[in-house]
Design a protein around this ligand. Structure first.
Ligand code: 13P
Length: 296
């Protein structure tokens, strides 16, 4: 399909591109929140929060969420929600594990894709990422990649595999990637102990690498640490686990107390809980006020 034929792309062309927004963030030392959604209810919770705070947002989908909702349904839901709530936002593939998935998402109208070849060798990661960047250029889309070891759910949370600044510089130069997820001590899922981010390393990567830096594993990182990370160069912060967690915990609690079968009465408190959580995160990420000292 010609990427410029779809309604999505006609509207999309009039909006600021995500890569330009990210660049603006890097220059202004600001960050944008990227929230994963899993169904209509979590999407609505995120969008209500964004509408209340009047800030831009990235709506993210992983392969599992795409498989759960269906690719076209998922992207249409995200796009329609942005229109319906009047939000400035973008749809992004989170942790694309193959170029083929990234290509399908671009064809379906995503604004941005992540190609995560971080578990391959440095050279292979460059080769795969470069391929996706080339393809994404046809769609005017942004590309995120990952360099270093940011533990995924169930993987060991240790200090190995932090991103090396010089490698990050070379990686960005050789791939032309717009955004780079860095390994500086965060990991996906909940933390066993408070994460200590290597902020000096982050500042150095930011100084030498010409891309917007992304912090994965945002759930459970204290607000003042997130603010410090933004000051040192993070311009996109991902939140997923806390959204799933608050939605399900609220729902489970309610279902213990009610026999109500009208799901339209049972879901709203869980949607509201997601909205409150995301409002809190947006207040941290979007405000320019200084955070408490790290470790304080
Ligand atoms: P959390 O699930 O830890 O919030 O991480 C989200 C993320 O980085 C998605 O890529």
């Amino acid at each position: 399909m010609n990427p410029h034929d779809t309604e999505y792309h006609k509207k999309h062309e009039q909006r600021m591109k995500l890569q330009d927004k990210l660049l603006e963030n890097k220059q202004d030392k600001k960050a944008i929140l990227a929230c994963n959604f899993y169904n209509y209810e979590t999407l609505k919770g995120v969008c209500l929060a964004v509408k209340a705070q009047k800030v831009p947002i990235i709506l993210q989908l992983t392969r599992s969420s795409i498989e759960y909702m269906g690719l076209h349904m998922a992207v249409a839901m995200g796009r329609t929600a942005l229109d319906h709530f009047g939000l400035e936002g973008w749809i992004h593939l989170d942790h694309g594990d193959s170029p083929e998935l990234a290509y399908k998402c671009l064809e379906a109208g995503f604004d941005s894709v992540m190609i995560d070849a971080s578990e391959k060798s440095f050279e292979e990661n460059i080769m795969i990422t470069r391929q996706v960047v080339k393809y994404a250029r046809n769609y005017g889309a942004s590309v995120e990649a990952e360099l270093g070891y940011v533990p995924k759910l169930g993987q060991l949370q240790d200090k190995s595999g932090f991103t090396e600044p010089e490698e990050a510089k070379r990686f960005v130069q050789e791939t032309g990637v717009n955004a780079l997820a860095v390994a500086i001590g965060s990991s996906h899922g909940f933390y066993k102990e408070e994460p200590k981010l290597d902020l000096e390393r982050l500042a150095e990567i930011n100084r030498v690498a010409d891309a917007c830096l992304v912090l994965h594993g945002g759930s459970g990182i204290p607000g003042h640490v997130l603010k410090e990370a933004v000051k040192r160069g993070i311009c996109k912060i991902n939140i997923a686990t806390e959204i799933k967690n608050i939605f399900m915990k609220t729902l489970i609690g309610l279902l213990k107390e009610t026999e109500e079968i009208d799901l339209r009465k049972v879901f709203p408190p869980a949607i509201n809980a997601v909205s409150l959580l995301v409002q809190e995160k947006l207040a941290i990420v979007s405000s320019n006020s200084p955070g408490e000292p790290v470790g304080g």
